[in-house]
Design a protein around this ligand. Structure first.
Ligand code: GLP
Length: 230
């Protein structure tokens, strides 16, 4: 899954060197970032003109917090490739004016011409980015409440479960659906049921990822376990 995902990103950047990539975090894409670093080290991908926008960030975590998505991206990808600092965009979880920060983030995406390829994972409850079940499809970048399930899962990465933020800044479903292409990744048996439900079940607000059925250009890459019900 990781190799195939990295190749798709590589092909995107080869075809358009100033691609705007929408990036995701979590356990799912870590192998993909590793592959991308390897491809970069072989000289087959150049990030110099690439623009990146991350999907989301925990509200209240400063960029240097060990569990922040800022830190994740540096440790998994940005520290090892030639992406330019000024081309990296991740919502600021400690912005003074969050409403202004969300509006600015959304605008910034379109100032760069919109997202060419958006990478997505899927939460076991069907969430994409931090758009939890029941989220409005018209949502653009905003501050949202994290579900207890999402917080419980995130707790495995925090020293103390009480430290897991209760809110996140996230691209909305509308922001995600505006991307020209989407690459959905899922791995492991705990994603089998929800991936099947999202892609073959009814399109419903209760499963935010089911909106992807309405997107014209989605590529789905699953490992054997996540794809076991198809
Ligand atoms: C988190 C992130 C999502 C991610 C999802 C799945 O809540 N905000 O962007 O896709 O969970 O995470 P994992 O890949 O660890 O299963």
């Amino acid at each position: 899954m990781s190799c195939e995902a990295a190749r798709i990103i590589d092909r995107q950047v080869l075809a358009k060197e100033d691609s705007v990539l929408g990036l995701s975090t979590g356990d799912t894409p870590t192998g993909m970032y590793k592959e991308l670093v390897q491809i970069y080290n072989c000289g087959l991908i150049d990030f110099f003109k690439v623009i990146t926008f991350n999907l989301d960030e925990y509200y209240g975590l400063p960029p240097d917090h060990p569990q922040s998505y800022h830190r994740y991206m540096r440790e998994k990808l940005f520290n090892y490739v030639n992406v330019q600092e000024g081309n990296i965009h991740i919502p600021d979880g400690v912005a003074k004016d969050i409403e202004e920060e969300c509006g600015r983030y959304e605008e910034e995406i379109y100032r760069y011409g919109g997202i060419d390829l958006q990478i997505l994972g899927i939460g076991p409850n069907g969430h994409i980015a931090f758009n939890e079940p029941g989220s409005d499809w018209g949502m653009i970048t905003g501050l949202v409440k994290l579900s207890e399930e999402t917080r419980r899962r995130a707790a495995t990465h925090f020293r103390d479960p009480a430290e897991v933020p209760t809110q996140g800044i996230t691209m909305g479903i509308k922001t995600i659906m505006k991307a020209r292409k989407i690459l959905l990744l899922a791995s492991g048996k705990d994603k089998a049921k929800i991936t099947f439900e999202a892609l073959k079940g009814p399109i419903t607000k209760q499963v935010p990822a089911s909106t992807l059925q309405l997107h014209p250009r989605v590529t789905i890459v699953l490992d054997k376990e996540a794809g076991s019900l198809f």
